[in-house]
Design a protein around this ligand. Structure first.
Ligand code: APR
Length: 399
């Protein structure tokens, strides 16, 4: 049977935070769009990833009526503790910047965004994998799907992550700047007997460890491990003993079942430009961040917000998309990289010979973060994502 053809203004590939925010903002503005998602709705709504929603993201979602449940159930969070050489140093970034995160698991936000599209009568097409993007320099672009419609549209927005189709379709004309860090992170979701009250970063000669709140009975943990390490090297007893060792000094909850363990290859990249012809990239399709600083989801939403305004405003605003977004993308990469530098001891023999020296240097930085002053205030603003609203294509900051 020949594939059905759908005509729409904007074809969006991927129902992650970027694609779903974009679809919501466009739909509310009366722009017709279709979201294509290769996985089932149940799978997308269960996928646990990020959990710290920045202030600028909350403001944006709230301004569009998309934050009711986030504001009702998301817990405000404004401090983090650093453990180093037996000291606990608190960064009260909420007080320093006036901005707080909301702790709200990404899968719940995804569920809310899908529900809102449902209510508008424009639910994503699930189990519909895009397999080709064509004619991006013609009068109309086309997205071909496996066992799904052919979507003919004015613009294609690739919100399909770093391994998606859209990045590949852009790649001959784009440059990917990449960094591979000399370590990986074991990422664990675990049952806990009480809520984790806040973010804790442990700096330790065995390597970094982190603890993050997620929900009353689930917490996120991270453990630095050698690059290329495998899950089989981390049976549960080893995970638990390393968490206790590296987070010594934190009030650890009792940790029960490890409900998900994944190895995160620590890499970052940025694709430039973020658009070509009728194809535009947003979110992880355009740039990957490490989890350090919890920036990936927030940056994806900021891309989507800019792109929605540009698609609503018209061609001139669309032409400026890459130029408007790259400063924010690189600022965010820089912050994430700086935080990684603080949390990890440098690779190589010097640090191995005297890890206390490297830890003592970090403690000096942490002590400066703990007291009010230009250094700590600037760090706090970057950490909280107090930022200005995502840049308005029509506003004065347009280049
Ligand atoms: N066809 C349809 N859907 C696709 C295809 C395809 N060919 N390829 C990928 N997808 C879908 C994936 O199944 C996924 O649901 O695109 C979606 C991409 O979503 P995300 O990976 O969440 O990307 P994005 O919206 O950019 O959000 C990125 O959120 O998970 C956090 O911190 C993480 O930085 C990350 C941010």
């Amino acid at each position: 049977m020949p594939a059905r053809t759908l005509r729409t203004q904007v074809g969006i590939i991927g129902a992650g935070p970027a694609g779903l925010v974009l679809a919501n903002l466009l739909t509310a503005a009366g722009i017709d769009c279709v979201v294509l998602e290769r996985h089932s709705r149940a799978r997308v709504e269960r996928r646990a990833r990020a959990g710290l929603v920045e202030q600028r993201t909350v403001r944006l979602l709230d301004a569009h009526g998309l934050a009711d449940r986030l504001l009702a159930d998301g817990i405000p969070h404004g401090w983090c503790d650093f453990l180093c050489l037996g000291r606990v140093i608190r960064l009260d970034y909420g007080a320093l910047s006036g901005a707080r995160h909301r702790v709200y698991p990404q899968q719940l936000l995804v569920r809310d965004l899908i529900a809102s599209l449902d209510a508008a009568g424009r639910p994503p097409l699930f189990e519909c994998a895009a397999v080709a993007v064509e004619d991006i320099h013609g009068p109309r672009a086309t997205i071909r799907c496996e066992d799904g419609p052919t979507v003919v549209c004015d613009h294609v927005v690739g919100c399909d992550g770093p391994k998606g189709l859209a990045r590949g379709a852009l790649s001959p004309a784009a440059t990917a700047h990449r960094r591979r860090y000399p370590y990986d992170w074991l990422a664990v979701l675990a049952e806990v007997d009480r809520p984790v009250p806040g973010v804790v970063y442990g700096l330790h000669q065995n390597g970094f460890a982190g603890m993050m709140p997620r929900s009353p009975r689930i917490a996120r943990f991270y453990l630095q491990c050698p690059p290329g390490d495998t899950l089989s090297a981390w049976p549960a007893p080893r995970v638990l003993s390393e968490l206790r060792r590296r987070l010594n000094g934190a009030h650890l909850p009792r940790i029960g079942a490890l409900t998900e363990t994944r190895m995160l290859r620590m890499r970052a990249d940025v694709t430039e430009p973020m658009a070509r012809g009728r194809l535009l990239l947003a979110g992880d399709a355009a740039h990957v961040l490490t989890p350090s600083g919890a920036k990936g989801m927030n940056l994806a939403v900021a891309d989507a917000a800019d792109l929605a305004e540009a698609l609503i405003s018209g061609p001139a605003a669309l032409d400026g998309y890459t130029a408007r977004r790259l400063p924010d993308v690189w600022r965010t990469q820089e912050f994430s990289d700086r935080l990684l530098g603080l949390l990890h001891l440098p690779a190589g023999s010097e640090a191995a010979a005297d890890p206390r020296f490297a830890l003592r240097l970090r403690l000096a930085t942490l002590e400066r973060l703990a007291v009010p002053g230009p250094f700590s205030v600037a760090f706090a603003h970057s950490y909280a994502g107090s930022g200005e609203e995502p840049v308005s294509p029509a506003g004065p900051r347009q280049p």
